[in-house]
Design a protein around this ligand. Sequence first.
Ligand SMILES: [Zn+2]
Length: 407
Amino acid sequence: MLGMNESSSSAQCRELSLSSGGNHKRNSFYATGEKLGCLLLKQLPDALHVGHYTPLIVPREQFEIELPMPVKRYDRNGNLIVEPAILRRVCDGDLSVTQWRKELVIDIDITDFVRFCQCDGMKRFCTTCWAHIEGSYLFLRHFLITVYGYREENILWVFSGCKGVHCLVNSSLALTLSEEQRKTLHSWLHIANGDDKAMDVFIRKLITEGETEFVTQIEEFFENRVVNQCAIIQLEPFVRFALAQIARLSPSFVSLVANAWHSNTVLDDPTCSQSESFLGERGQSLLKWRYLKNLEGDQRSIGSRNNLNALSIKASTFIAFRFLYPMIDAGPMQFKHLAKAPFSVHHTTNMIALPIRGETILDFAPQFHAINLSQLTDNRLSNHATILERFSDAVSLMSHWIDHYNS
Ligand SMILES: [Zn+2]
């Protein structure tokens, strides 16, 4: 990963920063692995941050980079835009270009989301907070693999060691994306909090382009993981957010939903034989959600008889997408940003930035599954064997990913 063992023709070193206690120094370059090894032993840093490879001058013809396919998108006004497949960055004179290389790095952090649990605005997080990260994984996987054509073996998911995940892509295409392309990619992926119109456009695009399977996956995941397991509709801040969206997208039944959700009339439904106490928070949350979905289903069947609503967005779909859509920081995608290397130790939590299998993000509770440095080194712990196994699995994931550099 550090690019120090490559063949002589392409040997480059990278900007690295060894840090301790959260302090790091920029603009250090180490030409050989040996020199870096000596320094690591001398300084014993707790984290390593990795920047770009030193720029190369390459002939122009080697620098044409092709995105996997032209990308269709809609602008804020709903106009279709087709982005070209080839974007070039050429220096003056056209004879050579300066090529910068760095993995595509996407950083997802819980604190960037609007949270509806009691953690909002605080540094702590709970399993409801983690659901934002799980949703982000589903979206990013869809974008990277299905839309942009990156391969699974070129993608490494890393628990950040604190409150999020990093996604690193190391294919030759990803490594050679220009700064402009990275900015463009970020502008395609980013939907700011509160930008309801952009989210509407995005959902409508998925539906009109036949991506209904993915839309259904997100809706089902939200119902199972967030509505049921997190009992989200029992949380007043979420109810306020959801009712505002229902008022915007389905104004005709917002008062019905508001009454049902606040007065628990859904639970008085005679067809429901479960008692309120038996249902618990999760059951009540689920019944309230299904009440909304049933209203939407009725409205849709009336609409289809009248040939209406073909392109309307269901409030339930919007709410699920807004909750689970990734908040992507533009900084880490750029060349100048140093990314924390896997296996670095977080300076406040003492947890290791652990490579994890993508699908385990959906079932990963950092409080229970992450590893901190003392757990790794304390062989008196009763679960030490499990911890070592987990660590060795992380090492294998990283090795497998390194094997696919530039592929
Ligand atoms: Zn929380």
